[in-house]
Design a binder for this molecule. Structure first.
Ligand SMILES: *Cc1c(COP(=O)(O)O)cnc(C)c1O
Length: 482
């Protein structure tokens, strides 16, 4: 096991030098209230610059990452972070801009935000936009709060229920519940789509809205979406689209054409920004005319050739400090400007072709729960392997030995032993084939040498962990270990 940086520490060793002080010294104890001062020395590792960079480079090599290989995670998308994004994100005029800068001194930054917002309005076919939310889930919450503000503003306060299909992503019920709504689920039909009859039996004047992912979480297009919209609008509710699967729709159709009033877009899923690590993200939310007055404040507006902020009177409030995660939005803007509208359409066309290619190559070796063409991702079931004692989890772990990250597993919940696979548009024919070959080999191993799967990973730096023990007895603190 690699030592912790604290264990490499040696007293008095330094990895930096600072220039001499050329301003009057301020005693910290005098400038900070006594009750806010720490009582003990801050315990930081003391290492040289070389030790520091070697330590983190070593750790980074233990991680799987998109610069190293394909990861077929479904409903999670970006497998590609273009380097040009980093070039624009480090332009000093953008990178060093203080968020308190007055609008008249930040016209370029405001113009970028404005143009990005306009691009999202075209992409979604909707009328209003906010760039503030910092993740898909945060965008959902903003959307739910706007839906709430809309009903309250109309004095329609008996609308307490948000409906959603039983295939919904976990963040959907969470956002609705945190927004103060009751969640009611609608059944899926055997073909994986919303059961419209079940939906019809559940609508009344308590329905605030309906949340749905389209294509849905099993990678299928909801063909009854127009009818669903009519039913929900007919009872006075609003339509929320979870845009995590926009990768299948870019330039082909829009949520605006499908009766939606609100959609969030995960830029780390569709617009090339880095995904994971819990770092800053962004999820622009686009809304129909009905919700424009309630958008989070401020929005960016264009007056003549000047850009400014606008604070709408009925706004739901703020959802993020300042204006959102600016440098993430800048990367998004770069990607959209690099591709243009034809390029964006190509993204979806290729994502769909790639997913269908994988489905065709894997269909004989795995159970295919919904046997039809898919959109940008496909779902398989490990049921056949489970019968002979090998679970989807075992196969996911074994994929690491083949140099791949696992697909999304055990989601969507309505599929047994689910594997949700999304190659995206940026994987080549060769890398798709390498992945399919690995999956087919693993299906063979499940029959011939199942212990290779149940003990996997065999080659990873960390072997199979006891996840039940880890959950019950989690100890990740160095100080408490000593
Ligand atoms: C990823 C995802 C979300 C949540 O988005 P985050 O940006 O991870 O918060 C919501 N719904 C679906 C279908 C998703 O795939």
């Amino acid at each position: 096991m690699e030592k912790l940086i604290f264990e490499k520490s040696s007293e008095g060793r330094k990895g930096y030098t600072l220039p001499g002080l050329d301003v009057p010294e301020v005693k910290i104890a005098e400038s900070i209230p006594a009750d806010l001062l720490r009582e003990n020395e801050l315990r930081l590792p003391e290492v040289s610059e070389n030790e520091l960079s070697r330590h983190f480079i070593k750790l980074s090599k233990l991680n799987f990452n998109i610069e190293e290989g394909m990861y077929p995670l479904g409903s999670c998308t970006m497998k590609y972070n273009p380097k040009v994004n980093e070039v624009t994100a480090s332009i000093p005029g953008f990178a060093n801009l203080h968020p308190e800068t007055k609008p008249e001194n930040a016209q370029g930054a405001l113009r970028m935000l404005y143009e990005l917002g306009e691009a999202f309005k075209i992409i979604t076919g909707l009328q209003g936009v906010t760039l503030q939310p910092s993740a898909g889930s945060n965008g959902e919450f903003a959307g739910i709060m706007m839906i709430r503000a809309y009903h309250i503003d109309r004095k329609d306060d008996k609308r307490t229920v948000i409906l959603m299909p039983d295939s919904a992503h976990g963040t959907n019920p969470s956002s609705a519940a945190i927004g103060g709504f009751k969640v009611q689920t609608v059944a899926s039909r055997p073909d994986g789509r919303v059961d419209v009859d079940d939906l019809r039996s559940k609508v009344d004047e308590t329905i605030a809205g309906f949340m749905i992912t389209n294509p849905n979480t099993i990678g299928l297009f909801e063909e009854d979406i127009m009818e669903i919209g009519e039913i929900i609008h007919g009872c006075g509710g609003l339509m929320y689209m979870d845009g995590a699967n926009m990768n299948a729709l870019l330039g082909i159709t829009t949520p605006g054409k499908m009766n939606f009033d609100c959609i969030h877009i995960n830029v780390h899923k569709t617009f090339s920004t880095p995904h994971g690590g819990g770092g800053p993200g962004a999820a622009p939310v686009c809304v129909s005319d009905k919700l424009v007055p309630y958008l989070p404040a401020p929005t960016v507006v264009k007056n003549g050739d000047k850009y400014d902020f606008e604070y709408k009177e009925k706004s739901m409030g703020k959802i993020h400090a300042f204006f959102g995660n600016f440098s993430v939005l800048l990367r998004t803007y770069t990607y959209i400007r690099m591709l243009g509208s034809e390029g964006l359409k190509g993204v979806s066309e290729n994502a769909i072709i790639n997913a269908n290619y994988l489905l065709a190559r894997l269909r004989n070796d795995f159970v295919v729960p919904y046997d039809e063409k898919c959109m940008h991702e496909c779902v398989l079931s490990g049921d056949r392997q489970k019968e002979i004692g090998v679970s989807t989890k075992d196969m996911a772990k074994r994929l690491m030995d083949y140099g791949f990250h696992a697909p999304t597993v055990y989601f969507p919940l309505i599929v047994h032993e689910a594997m949700l696979i999304e190659p995206t548009e940026t994987e080549s024919y060769e890398s798709l084939n390498q992945f399919a070959d690995a999956m087919i080999d693993i299906a063979k191993e499940a029959v011939e040498t199942p212990e290779k799967l149940t003990n996997a990973p065999l080659n990873a730096p960390v072997k199979r962990l006891d996840d039940a023990l880890a959950a019950r007895n989690l100890n990740i603190s160095w100080f408490s270990r000593k």
